[in-house]
Write a protein that binds this ligand. Sequence first.
Ligand code: F6P
Length: 315
Amino acid sequence: MKNIAIMCSGGDVSGMNPALKHFVEYAKKNNLIPYFVNKGYEGLIDNDIYEATYKDVAGIITRGGTKIGSSRSKRFLDYKYREIAKNNLDALNIDSIVVLGGDGSFRGLHQFYKDFGVRFSGIPSTIDNDIHGTDYCLGVDTALNIIKTSIDAIRDTASSFRRAFVVETMGRDCGYLAMITALTSGAEMCLIPEIEYNLDDYEAKFKEDVKNGRDYFLAIVAEGIKEDSSEISKWFEEKIGMESRVSVLGHIQRGGNPSIYDRLMAYKFVNQAVDALLNGRDESIVCYTQKGFEYKSIDEVTKPYKLDTSLLNTL
Ligand code: F6P
């Protein structure tokens, strides 16, 4: 192993650029030659692969997204394209890849390993924080901080205008972002796909709150719940009698200056991922739990993710 590549796959996260920067530094420190693959699997297929230099990573630490781009590639599912990708890597003498992505991306490289023996380490990276076996995925801290800043601002206008705000967070079918946000922003309502809810259960309490002087509400709802956020807003108007607005935070949650925690975690994840390959591990996913860093198997991390909702009982 001499030449080593890194790529990003799936939804980008803030923290990928610090990881790329550190990858170049750490690879060189270990006498490896670092390569970048642009646009994820698409770049592997299209031979968009090049040796990375310090110049490529200068100044990127403060930027969200990923300098080398990402993609959700359908072509890589096809053996014919994986073979092209393998030939491209062979031409550059690259036999090991670090991938920043989610479980779908890891499955792709697992298949690639089975086909051609290309070794890989995976770094869980998704703002959804929904990968089995790891408590933390790169990028989630920045996303939560962006959401926090947005919601603190929404609270200002909600309280000034006596309104109920329904704020929709991302997460696909996982309620992690909504749950942590609701807890840490002091929201009155948190709706996530993992927990059955009935709006009627909130009615009496909220009416009582209004009677006792409450003049605004914050409801945090995950994008994956069964209802549209506008229906929750309508419920506030019709049942609680308070003017309401919806704010869908959308893709601002995916960008922004990486938090300090995500920067540091990016470095640590990269060290673990490169070390795994240097130490002869063919396929490992770097996970982070209360025990610290651990390598887990592809089978482990592709199990269905189950959100621990017990934290919500503190609401
Ligand atoms: O998986 C990350 C994520 O941001 C989800 O939270 C969201 O549902 C999805 O990606 C949005 O995907 P796209 O960027 O393709 O619209």
